[in-house]
Ligand binder design. Structure first.
Ligand code: ADP
Ligand code: MG
Length: 398
């Protein structure tokens, strides 16, 4: 497994240096504006630390999945928002490589910040092309990777470039590695992991990796349906992966064989359809009584109470994956409650990682009350699966 302790920007004097900083500004846009600036804010400590110490900074990011140059995937909205957050105008360069960019980099002075245009306008980026990485590195003295959310990809701006310039982790990268690393290395006990989300198939690897570490594993969301099926329950119209029931059964055996506790839903909210109309006719059932014509959409109140007790006793809580179809208000109760229970246990280390689970915590206004809300999405899951992240691997150990 990759070491969590990496050389960081605190280990270097960046004064007078030109620093290429890979950030993850892959943010959601709405009507040409940044809809959620969490990832931009998360990069501010690194940007400020470098500029306050006399560096000139060029920020590099991808945005979406453009096929070649595409103005619809320009980082212009990000430049605007970053400028508001930093209280100064941030120039967006027209590209991330080429003579004009190099000239602009050459003109940078201490404390300056510029944003390079979407690195994925160049297909060489995703090919981890060494010649392209060399172009990216031109004119820079140091490379900093603060893009934890892109660290599971071996791309030119996350991997190859780190072999060309002296490479350091940014402060967000360090924070992510420390928080997620503490889950894997020495969680304070009891350690409760709550794993939900849509499908077992996408969470098998993280379940297998976490089982040896946890005291209690709580399973919710769509994936719990496959576990219920594996324990002989009928799940009606629910989202379920019948071909994964055997795997779910083996996970239950593994947890119990390790003398750990697994919490599966004991009651559920079910609806005739997974939409607003179905919400009008949603009913709570014991897991033994889910009718044929209903789909499980959330955990029920007795299950919520079990999770509450487990979270209350815990000294480490990791949560990934909503426990219901939280996008529909009537099915969001279980997910919101979990966020609240975690927020109500300030003595515990509370870590949230994932796409939708992070969204749920943010929407509930509880992100500030967690020890750590990962910006990583897929990268945080791969990290917890014990996989090597190329963007982390590329930075020398401390
Ligand atoms: P994360 O992004 O946090 O890792 P996932 O991507 O695995 O989570 O899953 C999120 C999705 O799971 C949500 O869109 C949610 O609607 C869905 N989901 C949760 N519970 C259920 C359920 N009972 N039935 C169907 N979908 C569910
Ligand atoms: Mg997701």
């Amino acid at each position: 497994m990759t070491s969590f302790r990496k050389r960081t920007i605190r280990d270097v004097d960046p004064s007078g240096k030109k620093v290429f900083v890979r950030v993850d500004f892959n943010v959601p846009l709405e009507n040409g504006k940044v809809a959620d600036d969490t990832r931009i804010r998360a990069a501010l400590p690194t940007i400020k630390s470098l500029t306050e110490r006399g560096a000139a900074v060029a920020l590099c990011s991808h945005l979406g999945r453009p096929k070649g140059v595409d103005p619809g995937h320009s980082l212009a909205p990000v430049a605007a928002r970053l400028g508001e957050l930093l209280g100064k105008k941030i120039a967006l360069l027209s590209d991330c490589i080429g003579p004009q960019v190099q000239a602009a980099i050459g003109r940078l002075r201490r404390g300056d910040v510029v944003l390079l245009e979407n690195v994925r306008f160049h297909p060489e980026e995703e090919k981890n092309d060494p010649a392209f990485a060399k172009e990216l590195a031109k004119g820079f003295d140091l490379y900093v990777n603060d893009a934890f959310g892109a660290a599971h990809r071996a791309h030119a701006s996350t991997a190859a470039i780190a072999t060309i310039l002296p490479a350091y982790a940014g402060l967000l990268m360090e924070k992510e590695l420390t928080a997620l690393g503490s889950i894997l290395s020495e969680p304070k006990r009891p350690f409760v992991a709550i794993i939900g989300g849509a499908k077992v198939s996408s969470k098998i690897d993280v379940l297998r990796s976490l089982i040896p570490k946890v005291d209690t594993l709580a399973v919710g969301g769509g994936m719990a349906n496959t576990f219920l099926l594996a324990t002989g329950r009928k799940v009606g119209l629910s989202l379920v992966e019948e071909d994964r029931a055997g795997e779910a059964a083996r996970i239950i055996e593994q947890v119990e064989g390790d003398r750990k506790r697994i919490l599966l839903p004991v009651d559920v909210l079910a609806a005739p359809s997974v939409d607003e109309e179905g919400a009008q006719r949603a009913v709570t059932y014991d897991v033994d009584d889910v009718p044929d014509g209903m789909a499980i959409v959330d955990i029920g109140p007795r299950t919520v109470a079990q999770y509450r007790d487990a979270i209350r006793e815990a000294r480490t809580v990791f949560w990934n994956g909503p426990v219901g179809v939280f996008e529909i208000d009537a099915f969001a109760n279980g997910t919101r409650q979990i966020a609240q229970f975690m927020a109500n246990n300030p003595g515990a280390t509370t870590v949230v990682g994932g796409g939708e689970s992070v969204q749920a915590v943010t929407e509930a206004g509880l992100a500030d009350r967690m020890s750590h809300v990962s910006t990583g999405g897929g990268a945080s899951l791969e990290f917890l699966e014990g996989k090597t992240l190329p963007g982390v691997e590329a930075i020398p150990d401390a």
